[in-house]
Design a binder for this molecule. Structure first.
Ligand code: VGL
Ligand code: ZN
Length: 243
């Protein structure tokens, strides 16, 4: 290579480097920039249960649409954990347990504010089963949450009292996991809270947006949840970002 050739090559290379860093969307489009899940990554499939899909008692709009995509994503991961919302029949989060209260109203409970929900995901009932078509035979762990009558647990790491761990963080750390990728139902509740708690527990966390659906309470809850997640360092990615 002549000196002139080398100089123009260096210029080109520098230009490419700048393009790669300053134009994130461009970098993302290149196959080599995709995220390749490995042995320190886990895919956490949150609450893809009958109660949360159309026909269920707390149906999330289009919640059933994500099932095939979640199956596809799961195949890219060696490690998959699935979660189940798993309430007692008289759970504190059920409007039916509070005189004169209706679903989606808010009440004060000892650990803070609690949204009241229709009865859902009662232990051992059909509604608590995984959604039809969910097919992840290699999932290594199913973790249940929300089984203490007096405490809700949107997060699959920490109950809503913020002091009762589910044990998932210890499990994942013992398995050498560093990054958590999350998807499922609902974006603005169990997926979002789980992702934020993953960062609090010392993991990197990313939510795969197109493999989630949200409840969007009051029409603004979903965007507010993304904002909160961003503040906590949770990455917002798409299924196409995964190799
Ligand atoms: C959920 C509300 C109540 C969820 C669970 O899975 O997002 N939302 N219980
Ligand atoms: Zn619940």
């Amino acid at each position: 290579m002549s000196a002139i050739d080398r100089r123009s090559f260096m210029k080109l290379a520098a230009g490419a480097a700048v393009a790669g860093t300053s134009a994130g969307w461009f970098a993302q489009a290149l196959a080599h920039d995709k995220i390749k899940p490995g042995p320190t990554d886990v895919f956490i499939v949150v609450d893809v249960q009958k109660c949360f899909i159309p026909g269920g008692s707390l149906a999330v709009n289009n919640g059933d649409e994500i099932v095939p995509l979640i199956n596809t994503i799961a195949k890219k991961f060696q490690y998959v954990v699935m979660t189940q919302d798993w309430h007692t029949a008289d759970h504190i989060s059920f409007a039916s347990q509070h005189e004169g209260k209706k679903p989606f109203e808010m009440i004060d409970v000892p650990y803070g504010k609690q949204v009241l929900w229709p009865d859902h995901c009662v232990q051992g009932t059909e509604g608590a089963e995984f959604a039809p078509g969910l097919d992840i035979p290699h999932a290594m762990l199913v973790i249940r949450k929300g089984y203490h009558r007096d405490v809700d647990s949107y997060s699959t790491f920490m109950e809503a009292d913020k002091k009762t761990p589910t044990g998932l963080s210890g499990y994942l750390k013992q398995r050498g996991v560093k990054r958590c990728f999350l998807a499922g139902l609902a974006t603005d509740f169990c997926v979002g809270w789980s992702a934020m708690d993953a960062t609090t527990a010392g993991f990197q966390a990313a939510v795969i947006e197109d493999a989630c659906r949200g409840i969007n309470l009051g029409g603004t809850g979903l965007e507010a949840a993304w904002k909160e997640m961003g503040k906590k360092g949770v990455k917002r990615i798409q299924s196409g970002d995964l190799a």
